[in-house]
Structures are given as structure tokens and as C-alpha cells.
Design a protein around this ligand. Structure first.
Ligand SMILES: [Fe+2]
Length: 206
């Protein structure tokens, strides 16, 4: 009796933030992201010097949840989503916890991209979406085995979702996506006329 199994799976979690806790007003969050970005001169300078399109607080603000109550509320909700995902992944945390390590704002203007990367030193990474205007980029995930496929044919365009080498998620405002931090991802060029705003984060094994 023959069998074909799916093994070594890659899990991606998607939910509305509001599924775990009180609904968050994304327009409040958006207003906070803009006002933080406008006040954060160190962050603006970092983006200019590093050719980063738009704005990120990643290099300049390490204490968003302590400085801004709305981020504190957000982290409380994210903790719950991460706990659910870690359970689904059946991680053996050996009595230790996954704790928030970094959380940062991304404001991606028209034509901006965020090239392919992973999030080192973390276990679970993710993004929650604040403003996703029409035409805004999806997030693109890449099969982690891609670099081992030098001589392999590509998959059919019609291949089943779980067999495709790339996976796109088009988020809606108020959604949260989670993945294991080793999973390579990118944000292709933002074709929207307005900024695509998101908040990204890393959880480490503490
Ligand atoms: Fe990322």
C-alpha cells in the first residue's frame, strides 16, 4: 500500500487581532504611528542614511510599549496570539517562555520595498497591519528549501498551495500574521498611492 505524506511543514498563522482581546482601533494605532514617526528624528536620520524607504522605528525606538499605552495594549493581545501559535507548533519550551524582544513601526511609501530577510535570534516573528491601502504590497514568503533546488524544475503555476515555492498573504488592517523567525520573507514594491503601515515584532525564548 503506497502512501504520500506531507512532512517538515511550515506553519503561518493569521488572525484578526480582535479574536484575542478587545478590538483595537486601527485608526488610533495609525495616528500613533504617524505621530511617533514625525517626532523620531533619530529614526528619520537612520532611514535616510541607510536608504530605507519611508520610516522604521527599528533602529531608534526600543521601548514603544513603555512609552505609548496603545502599544502596551497591542503587546498584550500579541502575547495571546503568539501563545496560540507556539502551541500549534508544538514547541518544547522546557518551562521557559516566548517573550517580546522587539516591536517596531514600518511606514512604507509608494514604490517602497523591504527586501528578502529573516529575523535572527528570535523564535516567532510577525506583523500586524495598521493601514493597507488599495494596491498595497502583500507579504511574500519563500520556501526555506529553495536554495537546495539548484537543478530541480520549478513547480507548476497551478501547483497546490502547499507545494508552491512562494506564498503571498494580502493582509487586512487589524490582521496579525505570525511565522517562525527563520522563514525568509519580503515586501514587494508598494504600488498603493498611500503608505502601507505595519507593526512588526520578534519573540525570543527567554
Ligand atoms: Fe521581516
Amino acid at each position: 500500500m503506497s502512501s504520500i505524506e506531507s512532512l517538515f511543514v511550515t506553519r503561518i498563522y493569521r488572525a484578526a487581532l480582535a479574536e484575542q482581546g478587545k478590538p483595537m482601533d486601527t485608526s488610533d494605532l495609525e495616528a500613533s504611528c504617524w505621530s511617533i514617526a514625525q517626532d523620531d528624528e533619530a529614526g528619520q536620520n537612520w532611514c535616510d542614511e541607510n536608504g530605507y524607504p519611508g520610516y522604521t522605528s527599528y533602529a531608534s525606538l526600543t521601548d514603544l510599549p513603555y512609552r505609548f499605552p496603545i502599544f502596551k495594549d497591542l503587546v498584550k493581545v500579541l502575547n495571546k496570539h503568539v501563545r496560540i501559535f507556539a502551541k500549534d507548533l508544538e514547541l518544547d519550551l522546557d518551562g521557559r517562555k516566548l517573550v517580546l524582544e522587539d516591536i517596531w513601526i514600518n511606514i512604507l511609501p509608494t514604490g517602497g520595498v523591504h527586501t528578502s530577510h529573516i529575523h535572527p535570534h528570535s523564535v516567532i516573528s510577525g506583523t500586524t497591519y495598521v493601514a493597507v491601502p488599495d494596491g498595497a504590497s502583500a507579504i511574500k514568503f519563500e520556501d526555506p528549501r529553495l536554495q537546495m533546488m539548484m537543478a530541480a524544475p520549478p513547480r507548476l503555476k497551478s501547483a497546490r498551495r502547499e507545494l508552491q515555492s512562494f506564498h503571498y498573504q494580502q493582509p487586512a488592517p487589524g490582521d496579525v500574521l505570525l511565522w517562525e523567525s527563520w522563514l525568509r520573507h519580503e515586501v514587494p514594491v508598494n504600488m498603493a498611492e498611500d503608505e502601507r503601515i505595519s507593526v512588526s515584532f520578534n519573540y525570543a525564548w527567554a
